[in-house]
Design a protein. Structure first.
Lengths: 297, 389
C-alpha cells in the first residue's frame, strides 16, 4: 500500500503536474501558430525563431539591468512591431499569388534559417540562461513543484483566456473572424482587411516572443532553440484543428500528458514518435482536427 | 688556445660520425585541426608545442640539434589527416608525428606511421581503443584516456561515500550509453549500488518527467554524461525542483565545460568530475608553465595545451635515452620511459603505450574547477588490454 502511495506521490503526481507546465508552454507556442494559420492561411515556419528572438531580447534587456517582469511587458510589444513589419514588408508580397501556400512556407522557412545564423553571429554558439525571477519550490499535496512553474501555469492559463476573450468577445476579434470567414464580404463591410492581416500576424509573433521570455529561465537560450517546441506545436495545431484556439488547448494538454506519462513506461526517446503517430492518425482519420477552423465555428 | 683547438678538432671528428645529427634540425610533424569545430583544441595543441620547442631550442635543442615543427591542418577529418600525415612523412621527412585530436584521426594516422616506419603520439584523443584493442606498436598516448577519468571519479566517490547508491542519467546515443555503462561497471566493482538509470533523448527540453523516478530512488549520487546545452537544462532544472540538495552530482569530463558553465550558473556549484589536469594544480613546474603560457599566448592553458607541451619533453627524453632518432631504438627507449610534465611525473606503460599519470577529482566552486582529491595513476589506468605487441 505504501508503495502505491509513494509511487503516486513521487512518480505519477509530479509527472502530471510537470506535464501540465510543459503543456502550457506548448499551448503558448501553438496559439500564435494556429491564429496565423487560421486567419492568414500561412504556415509560419519561422514561428520558432520568433520565439527565440523574444528570448534573446529578454537576455539582452536583463543584461542591461532591466527587470525581468518589465521584459515580460516590453518584449511582446517589440515583437508585435517586428511581426507587423515582417507581414507588411515580406509576406504581403507573396500573399496574393496563386502559390501562396508554397511561397509563404518557403519565405518563412528562409527567414528561420537566416534568423538562426544571425543569433549565432550576434550572441555566439554558447547558451545563456536568465536567472529565474521566482526561486524556490512549493509542496502541494506532497508534490514538489518549483514556484516559477506554478507561476507559468497560472500566467499561461491567464494568457490563453485573454486570447480567447480577444478573439471571441471583442469587436477587434469579430473583425478578425469576419476576415477569416469571407475576406471580400468583410472588406465591403468596412473591415480594413490588409491591416487586420498584418495585425493578426503581429499578434501571433508577439505571443511567440512572450513565450520566449516566459520559458527562458527554464529552458535556457541558444541559437537553435527555435526548433525546440515547434514540432510539438505543429502537432498540437494539427490535432486540435488548424486555427482553433479551443482545439489547441485540448490537444496541447492531452498530448503533453501522453508524452509525460508514457515516458515512465517506454524509453523516453519513443514518447515523441508516439505523439507524432497520433498526429499521423489524425491526418488520416480526421484531417480537420478536434475542432473546426477559426471563424468557422 | 691550443686546448681549445684540440677540443674543436675532436668535436669535429665526433660530429663527422653524426653529420645529420649535428647539422639538420629534428622535424616534428603536427597534424591538427586548425579550422572547423575543433579549431579551439588545435590552437591549444599548437601553443603547447610551440612553447615547448622554443624552450628546448633555447637550451640547445635535443642532442645539439634544433627542433622544428611543421604544421598541417587536418580539419578534424580522418581522411584529410591521412593525406597530410603521408605528406609529412614522404615529402617533409619528419622524424615524429603528433597533434591529432579526434580519435578517428589518431587511429588512421597511426596506420600511416606504421607504413612509414615512424612513430606518432596523440596528446588529445580519449578513445580507450587507441591503447586498447586498436593499439599500434608505432603509436603512443601521452594524455589520459577516457577510462582513467571515470576511474578517478569512482575512486573519489567510494572514498567520500562508501558503498553509495547511484542513479544514472545519460543522453540516448552511443557516447551517452557507453559512458554510463563504463562508469556503472567501475562503480559497482567498488561497492556502489545502482538504483536506477534513464536515457533521455539528445537535446531534451525538459528533464522534470524523470525527476519523479530520481526522487523515488533516493540516490546519494547522481551520475550524468549529458553535454552542452543539455547540461544547462538538466542541472538548472534539478536545482529548480530542489533535487540538488543532499545529492552529489558527478559526471563525465565533457558535461560541465568553460562553454556552458556560465549559463548553468549557481546550479553548477558542487559538481564533481574526474580530470587529468587543472590550471590550478599546485606545483612549481605547473605554476611556471601557466605563467609562461599566459605571457606567451594571452590565454589560459587547458588539458590539450599542457599535454601537447608535455609530448615534446617525452620525445626529448626518449631521443636522449636512445641516443638516436632511429625508430626501433626510439620505441625501445619510449617503453617504460619516465618524464616530467606540469602535471607531474608520467610513465609510459610498455605493454600498451598508455601514459600513466596521477588523476584528480575536481569540483566546480564559484565558476572554477578546484582540485579536491588526487588519485594515483596506477589505480586509475586499469589493466593492459593491448594484444598486438
Amino acid at each position: 500500500m505504501t508503495e502505491i502511495l509513494e509511487s503516486l506521490q513521487f512518480v505519477y503526481g509530479p509527472q502530471v503536474a510537470n506535464g501540465l507546465a510543459i503543456g502550457v508552454a506548448v499551448i503558448l507556442m501553438a496559439l500564435g501558430l494556429t491564429i496565423i494559420f487560421g486567419l492568414l492561411d500561412v504556415i509560419n515556419m519561422s514561428h520558432g525563431e520568433f520565439y527565440a528572438l523574444g528570448a534573446y531580447l529578454a537576455v539582452t534587456l536583463v543584461g542591461q539591468g532591466v527587470n525581468f517582469w518589465l521584459c515580460l511587458a516590453l518584449v511582446p510589444v517589440a515583437m508585435a512591431a517586428i511581426g507587423y513589419f515582417t507581414e507588411r514588408a515580406l509576406i504581403q508580397r507573396v500573399f496574393h499569388t496563386k502559390d501562396r501556400h508554397i511561397l509563404t512556407l518557403l519565405l518563412t522557412f528562409g527567414l528561420a534559417i537566416i534568423a538562426e545564423d544571425a543569433f549565432k553571429l550576434a550572441y555566439g554558439p554558447n547558451p545563456y540562461k536568465p536567472e529565474s525571477p521566482i526561486s524556490g519550490a512549493s509542496e502541494i499535496l506532497g508534490i514538489m513543484l518549483p514556484n516559477y512553474r506554478l507561476f507559468l501555469i497560472a500566467a499561461g492559463g491567464a494568457i490563453i483566456v485573454a486570447v480567447w476573450l480577444v478573439v471571441y468577445r471583442t469587436t477587434l476579434g469579430a473583425m478578425v473572424r469576419a476576415a477569416a470567414w469571407d475576406k471580400n464580404m468583410a472588406a465591403s463591410l468596412g473591415v480594413p482587411v490588409e491591416r487586420v492581416y498584418a495585425g493578426t500576424f503581429a499578434f501571433g509573433v508577439a505571443l511567440a516572443g512572450l513565450s520566449g521570455v516566459l520559458l527562458a529561465p527554464i529552458y535556457s537560450v541558444f541559437p537553435t532553440m527555435g526548433k525546440d517546441f515547434i514540432l510539438m506545436a505543429f502537432t498540437v495545431v494539427i490535432v486540435g484543428g488548424m486555427g482553433s484556439i479551443k482545439g489547441a488547448v485540448i490537444a496541447g494538454l492531452v498530448l503533453t500528458q501522453i508524452q509525460s506519462i508514457s515516458s515512465l513506461f517506454i524509453s523516453p526517446v519513443w514518447s515523441d514518435p508516439l505523439v507524432f503517430g497520433i498526429m499521423v492518425l489524425f491526418l488520416m482519420v480526421r484531417p480537420q482536427g478536434l475542432a473546426g477552423r477559426l471563424g468557422h465555428g | 688556445m691550443k686546448t681549445l683547438k684540440i677540443c674543436a678538432a675532436l668535436a669535429a671528428v665526433f660530429a663527422a660520425g653524426q653529420v645529420q645529427a649535428q647539422g639538420a634540425p629534428i622535424k616534428i610533424g603536427v597534424v591538427t585541426p586548425l579550422t572547423g569545430t575543433y579549431a579551439g583544441i588545435g590552437q591549444q595543441v599548437k601553443w603547447g608545442i610551440d612553447m615547448a620547442i622554443k624552450e628546448i631550442n633555447d637550451k640547445g635543442g635535443i642532442m645539439g640539434r634544433k627542433v622544428e615543427a611543421i604544421y598541417e591542418d587536418e580539419e578534424a577529418n580522418p581522411n584529410v589527416a591521412v593525406q597530410k600525415a603521408e605528406k609529412l612523412f614522404q615529402v617533409s621527412k619528419v622524424d615524429f608525428l603528433t597533434g591529432t585530436v579526434n580519435s578517428g584521426s589518431t587511429l588512421a594516422v597511426g596506420q600511416v606511421a606504421e607504413r612509414n616506419q615512424r612513430l606518432a603520439a596523440t596528446t588529445v584523443s580519449f578513445s580507450d581503443a587507441i591503447t586498447g584493442d586498436k593499439c599500434s606498436p608505432n603509436v603512443f598516448r601521452v594524455n589520459a584516456k577516457a577510462g582513467m577519468q571515470s576511474a578517478a571519479l569512482v575512486e573519489w566517490m567510494v572514498k567520500e561515500k562508501p558503498s553509495p547508491s547511484v542513479f544514472y542519467l545519460g543522453p540516448d546515443y552511443e557516447m551517452g550509453r557507453s559512458t554510463v555503462a563504463a562508469f556503472k561497471s567501475a562503480a559497482e566493482k567498488r561497492g556502489a549500488k545502482s538504483v536506477g538509470e534513464v536515457f533521455a533523448p539528445l537535446d531534451n527540453k525538459d528533464y522534470s518527467p524523470f525527476f519523479g523516478q530520481i526522487r523515488a530512488a533516493r540516490p546519494q549520487v547522481l551520475y550524468t554524461s549529458v553535454a552542452g546545452n543539455d547540461t544547462v537544462r538538466f542541472m538548472s532544472q534539478l536545482a529548480e525542483f530542489g533535487l540538488a540538495k543532499n545529492l552529489q552530482i558527478v559526471g563525465a569530463a565533457g558535461t560541465v565545460t568553460a562553454q556552458n558553465m556560465k549559463a548553468i550558473g549557481k546550479a553548477a556549484d558542487g559538481y564533481v568530475t574526474g580530470a587529468a589536469y587543472s590550471a590550478e594544480l599546485d606545483n612549481p613546474a605547473n605554476k611556471k608553465f601557466v605563467a609562461d603560457f599566459k605571457a606567451a599566448w594571452k590565454a589560459d592553458p587547458d588539458l590539450y595545451g599542457v599535454d601537447s607541451y608535455g609530448v615534446m619533453y617525452f620525445y626529448k627524453a626518449a631521443v636522449e635515452k636512445a641516443g638516436s632518432t632511429d625508430t626501433d631504438k626510439l620505441r625501445t627507449a619510449m617503453r617504460g620511459l619516465e618524464w616530467q610534465t606540469p602535471q607531474g611525473k608520467k610513465t609510459m606503460r610498455a605493454g600498451d603505450h598508455q601514459a600513466i599519470q596521477d588523476m584528480y577529482a575536481v569540483k566546480v566552486t564559484g565558476g572554477k574547477f578546484q582540485i579536491i582529491a588526487k588519485v594515483p595513476g596506477e589505480a586509475a589506468v586499469g589493466p593492459d588490454t593491448c594484444t598486438r605487441f
